[in-house]
Design a protein around this ligand. Structure first.
Ligand code: WTA
Length: 573
């Protein structure tokens, strides 16, 4: 086994003092008891996270949203939030939107994004958060697949919604547009809100009723809709306490965008469920801006991603020194965290960075380093109390220590996806070795049960922490007349983890040029999203394929990395 550094537990008091003891005594019921539905039987996460903070916890005047960008600052209290989300729930109800209807959010990080999200959920509908940078086709695919009835968007983004290509879509609610610019089917958010009543009793549900639908990528096919229920609140609350270690006086900032699972669970709902403000910093990333944000709010618990930490480290240690920071607990997610980055954080913040592993499908943190336990740098430590992790072989047998295999989790925690939208086959693939949920990642356990992440098992690409399906990018590329075939892989990159690299064969009559290179990158960027566009394109006469015509990405990857290409018996010639 490799050599690793060990960092002692974080100083101070934590919500969990001893991992083994805590696991032994833990029951999910002890978390459920924190919610009012445990006694009333009436479930709605918007009630627990917002209304209850006003009605039962005396937090009406506390901030629920702390938004800032370079131009403005907005504070929304829990009392405002209760009122505004009630108004939006009334808006939707008046439009005829009912329990279970899909309403999408296509809005940059902003108070309105969060108010609409809360309003949708309060009204019993299913929210579909979209990443703000999605382009036409990415938006259309998701709305068509889920048969969305409404979308909330902004004047700046509405042109990317092709209503006539989305048959189910009835209402487009637009934030920040002049009345005169609205098409007949478009409604003004401001006008609807001004007319709406602030009285709304949350639609009471069961914990098994759907709350949000988040699309994510696999290695094959279009993005799939991962459906989560209101029960996720139990998992979020538990992990806000145990892995994020949020305590009474703490200030928590999760930098993730609400268009991704980390943003949904930990930027939006996590802080509210523990009575804290969601901190949102609008605008683009800059090291100075982020450090200033940490200082401004006195952030103590900070949740971000390896790419961001690497970019901060690259900005130099002096960049940090100007700021007076109160950090005491840092967590990271989305891609492997390099040991050098953990050591950098020890040097500049004197705080450990704790790995947290999870997926869109798992809803909440699953495997984490905790402040009470030593960190073996490079390992993710162990599953959260209440969840069992194992390394399994392809038949679902649990493997002994030090053997690499499928990173698996025992089915049935609160927050696990309920279904893949209209796609039970895909859902069942995750559970083909019951009782194990198979993550698609590879890992091993050491003799003490520490889990060491090794990489994806499939072709899914992680670029700057964002999950990109190669198939989606390949499909887009071959739509271009110059491209006969395309194979897309992740190419390791120091800052972004991976960049997207495309191999293409040109269609007859086309020759390669810098212009075509630029055009193809732009073609994907404008069709899907900037983060899905290849950074590098390489032209080949033809691509390695199986006899059945499937492009062999693993061969392209091995060639790119200068590694042996492995078994080629299925290759066509
Ligand atoms: C990867 C992101 C290494 C993994 C929350 C997983 C990680 C995929 C870690 C899910 C980590 C997540 N270390 N890799 N701590 N956390 N991953 O759905 O490959 O966007 O399967 O959810 O990210 O990506 P998703």
């Amino acid at each position: 086994m490799e050599q690793y550094e060990v960092l002692p537990p974080s100083p101070g008091k934590h919500n969990m003092d001893n991992y083994d003891e805590y696991c032994k005594n833990f029951t999910w019921e002890s978390v459920e008891k924190e919610f009012s539905w445990y006694t009333t039987g009436k479930v709605n996460i918007a009630y627990e996270a917002i209304d209850r903070m006003v009605d039962e916890k005396g937090k009406g005047n506390d901030p629920a949203i702390l938004y800032s960008d370079t131009e403005k600052e907005v504070t929304v209290t829990f009392a405002d939030m209760k009122e505004q989300s009630a108004k939006f729930a009334n808006v939707l109800t008046k439009l005829g939107i009912k329990k279970g209807d899909r309403v999408f959010l296509f809005i940059p990080r902003s108070p309105e994004m969060l108010i609409s999200f809360a309003g949708i959920v309060k009204a019993g509908a299913i929210a579909g958060p979209l990443f703000e940078a999605f382009m036409e086709e990415a938006v259309k695919d998701r709305l068509v697949d889920s048969e969305a009835v409404a979308i909330v968007t902004t004047a700046g983004q509405k042109s990317r919604i092709k209503k006539d290509e989305i048959p189910s879509l009835k209402h487009v609610i637009v934030i920040g547009d002049e009345e005169a610019n609205l098409a007949p089917y478009e409604l003004s958010y401001e006008k609807l809100m001004a007319e709406a009543s602030a009285d709304f009793t949350p639609v009471w549900l069961t914990k098994d009723d759907p709350m949000f639908l988040l699309y994510t990528s696999g290695s094959t096919g279009k993005p799939k809709g991962v459906l989560h229920t209101h029960e996720i609140m139990t998992g979020i609350y538990h992990t806000m306490r145990i892995s994020q270690d949020v305590q009474d006086g703490d200030v928590f900032w999760c930098t993730a965008d609400p268009g991704w699972i980390t943003g949904v669970s930990y930027s939006v709902w996590g802080p509210w469920l523990v009575g804290k403000a969601t901190i949102i910093r609008g605008g683009r990333f800059s090291a100075d801006d982020w450090y200033a944000t940490l200082e401004k709010y006195g952030v103590t618990n900070w949740y971000s991603a390896p790419t961001a930490f690497r970019m901060l480290a690259a900005a130099g240690d002096d960049a940090v020194k100007k700021y007076n920071l109160k950090l005491r607990h840092i967590t990271s997610v989305g891609e492997p965290l390099n040991p050098e980055v953990i050591m950098w954080a020890m040097k500049v913040f004197n705080v450990r960075i704790h790995e947290t592993f999870f997926m869109t499908e798992t809803g909440v943190n699953m495997i984490c380093c905790y402040p009470c336990a030593p960190i073996r740098v490079g390992s993710m430590f162990k599953a959260i109390p209440g969840v069992e992790a194992a390394i399994t072989d392809d038949d679902g047998n649990v493997l002994p220590p030090l053997q690499m295999g499928n990173l698996s989790l025992k089915k049935g925690w609160p927050g696990m996806m309920k279904e893949i939208w209209k796609n039970p086959e895909k859902y069942n693939e995750y559970f083909k070795n019951e009782p194990w949920y198979i993550s698609g990642d590879q890992a091993y356990m050491d003799a003490d049960g520490y889990i060491w992440f090794q990489g994806r098992n499939d072709d899914v690409i992680k670029t700057a922490g964002e999950r990109v399906g190669p198939f989606e990018v390949e499909s887009k590329l071959v739509e271009h007349p110059a491209v006969a075939e395309a194979g897309v892989i992740g190419k390791p990159d120091e800052v972004r983890g991976n960049i997207i690299k495309a191999f293409i064969a040109l269609a007859p009559g086309y020759t390669w040029s810098d212009e075509l290179d630029k055009e193809l990158k732009q073609f994907v960027k404008l069709g899907l999203a900037a983060h899905a566009a290849p950074k590098e394109i390489e032209v080949r006469d033809k691509l390695p394929k199986t006899r059945s015509g499937k492009i062999m990405r693993r061969v392209l990857k091995a060639q790119e990395m200068g590694l042996p290409v492995g078994d080629l018996s299925t290759m066509d010639d």
